[in-house]
Write a protein that binds this ligand. Structure first.
Ligand SMILES: [Zn+2]
Length: 120
């Protein structure tokens, strides 16, 4: 198995995800593994919002929270895959223990399951 190839891909993805996370959220100061969406009063828009923008902002915050949640899941999956590489357990299905198909890992290097047992 080309572990090095997947490791590089995963590290690259982790960096990209972290960058995206920073555009919608910030790390929880009490728990660096946890991310929280940026509140609207923390978004620097460069001008004072009028009434319409304030109601828009509520939806924007919800949108950011949803994006953040999705990114956080992907971020943790990638991080988890890198941990498995370091532990020498990468590339095996978490359900049946068989080697995960190459085409599946190529499509999703953070995959935890083989094609038969895929959940995502
Ligand atoms: Zn399996």
């Amino acid at each position: 198995m080309e572990i090095k190839f997947y490791k590089e891909k995963l590290e690259e993805e982790l960096k990209l995800l972290e960058k995206e996370l920073k555009t919608v959220g910030r790390k929880n100061p009490d728990n660096p593994a946890d991310w929280e969406a940026i509140a609207d009063n923390q978004m620097n828009k460069g001008h004072n919002p009028d009434r319409d923008e304030i109601s828009d902002n509520i939806t924007e915050y919800e949108t950011r929270s949803a994006i953040l949640k999705d990114l956080e899941i992907r971020f943790n999956n990638v991080k988890d895959a890198l941990t498995r590489i370091d532990a020498g357990k990468y590339g095996f299905c978490a359900t049946c223990g068989k080697e995960i198909e190459k085409e599946r890992l190529r499509a999703n290097p953070a995959a935890r399951n083989c094609i038969e047992h895929r959940t995502n």
